[in-house]
Design a protein around this ligand. Structure first.
Ligand code: NAP
Length: 311
């Protein structure tokens, strides 16, 4: 197998996924908005093409760039105009696509199940037609299309990896807050009519590594979309209930519909429409021998040993 040594770069190295990716690719070149104190992380601004050229020039060409940088505030993306969501989720991938075409670098670009409208009633495959119901999903879809070079797909050396709600050892995600709430014994109101695939960052990072190792051998795996989430799917209420059970803490959980939740907690706020059921089929990756566990198994392992789960 050709070595990946010196050939992997992670943009968004400080993202919750980026931390897990660093563990899978310990020798990767790291990029994020700000340099780290030890200079291991080099600053980059994906929204600025000249800055991308400067930051990546020493990384060399013909490598594998994993792009985990994004704007992920779904409600915040509903603002109109030239928003952070547009800049980072559309313009960023467009700029990266230019770099990809010039340098013939491979790009793994992370996207989200929110590109679908959630009405299918069963897991979406990579062939299903995306139909976003909110601005964030629309921006993520536009970003995908830039990297897949839809006007001339043979130009694309990218893969789009779509995933769903993430949690992991880096915190900064909803699970930490959920655990605090459960332990506090406070009543918890949680949405029960949106089906998601909670995905452990360390599992996803392992999937990305296994994929890049294969892609390093089989060039034809590029220019495609892959779905990478946990299996089975659940509502946020089910996830909260399972978390409490696995922690062995009695929880006072009230499941409510999205409409009731918005009425109770989001009145007067800009709220993006959410797709109902965006489970993704991961069969395409499984056919390459890359498997993901059921969400409950990963959650159990994570709650038992956050640093070791997903390996
Ligand atoms: N989180 C989820 O539940 C979820 C679900 C499905 C898909 N995804 C996708 O998975 C990927 C990783 O998500 P994540 O949640 O791990 O991300 P995250 O924790 O929200 O981090 C985003 C990263 O992007 C960086 N960034 C911001 N502006 C930038 C710029 N102009 N240039 C370069 N980097 C910039 C941020 O740096 P600063 O912190 O310095 O701003 C941060 O490190 C994204 O593509 C996301 O859309 C996430």
């Amino acid at each position: 197998m050709t070595s990946l040594e010196g050939k992997v770069a992670i943009i968004g190295a400080k993202s919750i996924l980026g931390h897990a990716l660093q563990r899978e690719f310990p020798k990767a070149s790291l990029f994020d908005t700000e340099a780290s104190e030890d200079s291991a992380i080099v600053p980059i601004d994906l929204t600025n093409p000249r800055n991308i050229n400067e930051a990546l020039q020493n990384f060399g060409i013909d490598g594998f760039i994993i792009n985990a940088a994004a704007y992920n505030n779904v409600d915040g993306a509903e603002k109109t105009g030239f928003t952070d969501s547009h800049k980072l989720n559309v313009l960023g991938p467009e700029n990266l696509a230019q770099w990809m075409k010039v340098t013939r670098s491979h790009v793994v670009h992370l996207s989200r199940a929110y590109v679908f409208d959630g009405t299918k009633g069963q897991p979406y495959t990579e062939e299903d037609v995306p139909r976003p119901v909110n601005t964030y999903g629309g921006h993520k879809l536009e970003g995908e299309r830039h990297l897949l070079c839809l006007e001339q797909p043979s130009n694309s050396l990218a893969v789009v990896m779509r995933t769903d709600d993430m949690y992991g050892p880096q915190g900064r995600d909803g699970l930490d807050a959920l655990i605090t709430q459960i332990r506090s014994g406070n009543a918890l109101t949680v949405i029960n009519d949106q089906i998601r695939s909670p995905t452990l960052t360390t599992t996803l990072a392992r999937v990305v590594r296994e994929f890049v190792e294969l892609w390093n051998i089989y060039e034809e795996l590029g220019g495609q979309i892959y779905h990478a989430t946990s299996q089975d799917g659940c509502s946020r209420a089910e996830f909260a209930q399972a978390t409490a059970e696995l922690l062995n803490v009695p929880a006072n959980i009230s499941p409510v519909t999205t409409a009731d939740y918005n009425d109770l907690f989001r009145r007067g706020k800009v709220t993006a429409r959410r797709p109902r059921d965006v489970r993704l089929s991961t069969e395409k990756l499984a056919n390459l021998g890359i498997e993901t566990p059921k969400w409950r198994k990963d959650l159990r392992n994570y709650l038992q040993s956050p640093q070791d789960a997903g390996k």
